[in-house]
Design a protein around this ligand. Structure first.
Ligand SMILES: [Zn+2]
Length: 346
């Protein structure tokens, strides 16, 4: 769908040929705004059936998304297995969009910051598109994970002595100085992430439990919720419940106090160890609009659930990946629930 970009801070607009994901006037985040109302998608038999609700682009139609939704052992709980994606996390949905944009704008290199999964996913699609990938990872990313990504996908990885928020500053600086395409948790990725909500719409859940790190996934899903209501696919919006780790819960606190503040992450769930979520403020506004909430789960609870998940389903999920099931157990809401199993890279 044809679109333009709008800065969420200062309101400046850019046409779709603008080859940056940050406002050049104020440095704010951009949002994809569609020029027409989005059509109703009748059935989804491939991720690319969703192209009419995605930003217009020259996409190579790699296999991605349309992950399995399975019934859990618990009554009224379904599991959305994002571990089924090519690099075993939900990130792939955003990466196929972002990397295609990098190619469309003529870049031969992209850069991103990562806690691990983003690096794996972007490096995979960058290689498929023949683009170099420069990646800054936070210090908690395991050496094995980095070596695997470096060797398999030829990515240039630099480990920085800091957390994800600091890695993100490095990536933004690198993009500016070297004129390479900045990728990561920005507007195009958010459009890719929103597709999970489109896939879930047909089972009409009452509650969806979503792990929250940089808040791109939850913001994308909330954006899709709005679109699905407007196109009359959903008559009743499900309640979205964001799940953070107790030892890294900036959004949970901001939801109560109204102010998002940086928090040093101490959780072992590395994929959601983000001290200052990029889409944090936006996520809170949208959660309030759609009557959603945020809850926290402990590392101990996630570790226990990770073992149980393996025993029950024979599947491997990372700690952040099953945070959603732990959260479901705490609330046990009445009605149909979906837990997003966001990633399986341990
Ligand atoms: Zn701006």
């Amino acid at each position: 769908m044809d679109y333009y970009l709008q800065c969420i801070e200062c309101g400046e607009t850019y046409d779709r040929h603008y080859s940056n994901q940050i406002c050049e006037k104020c440095g704010g985040l951009l949002e994809v705004v569609y020029k027409k109302s989005l059509p109703k998608i009748k059935s989804i038999s491939s991720f690319w059936d969703l192209e009419p609700v995605l930003p217009y682009g020259r996409y190579r139609k790699f296999e991605v998304g349309l992950t399995k939704t399975i019934k859990a052992k618990e009554k009224d709980l379904w599991l959305k297995l994002e571990i089924d994606n090519p690099t075993h996390s939900f990130k792939d949905r955003g990466s196929v969009i972002e990397v295609a944009k990098a190619r469309e704008y003529g870049f031969d290199e992209l850069v991103c910051a990562s806690t691990g999964n983003m690096a794996y996913s972007l490096a995979y699609y960058a290689k498929a598109y023949g683009i170099k990938a420069k990646i800054f990872v936070s210090k908690n990313v395991s050496k094995d994970k980095m070596e695997y990504i470096r060797k398999t996908h030829d990515a240039d990885i630099t480990k920085i002595n800091g957390d994800f928020t600091m890695a993100q500053r490095h990536a933004e600086h690198y993009a500016k100085v070297n004129n390479v395409f900045l990728t990561g948790d920005y507007c195009y990725r958010k459009e890719g992430q929103k597709t999970i909500m489109y896939e879930l719409a047909k089972i009409k859940p009452d509650y969806i439990f979503v792990p929250v790190g940089n808040a791109t996934l939850i913001s994308g899903m909330l954006k899709a919720l709005n679109e699905l209501k407007n196109s009359k696919v959903l008559s009743k919006a499900p309640k979205i419940i964001g799940v953070e780790a107790e030892k890294c819960s900036p959004l949970y606190k901001a939801f109560k106090t109204g102010k998002l503040k940086y928090e040093k992450p101490y959780t072992k769930a590395d994929a959601i160890a983000v001290g200052y979520p990029t889409f944090g403020n936006q996520a809170i506004d949208m959660l309030k609009k759609f009557n959603g909430s945020i809850i926290t789960v402990s590392d101990e609870e996630m570790i226990k659930e990770q073992r149980r998940f393996y025993d029950e389903y024979g599947l491997v999920a990372e700690l952040a990946g099953i945070a959603s099931i732990v959260a479901y157990r705490k609330i046990m809401p009445k009605g149909k629930s979906v837990a997003i199993i966001s990633g399986g890279n341990v």
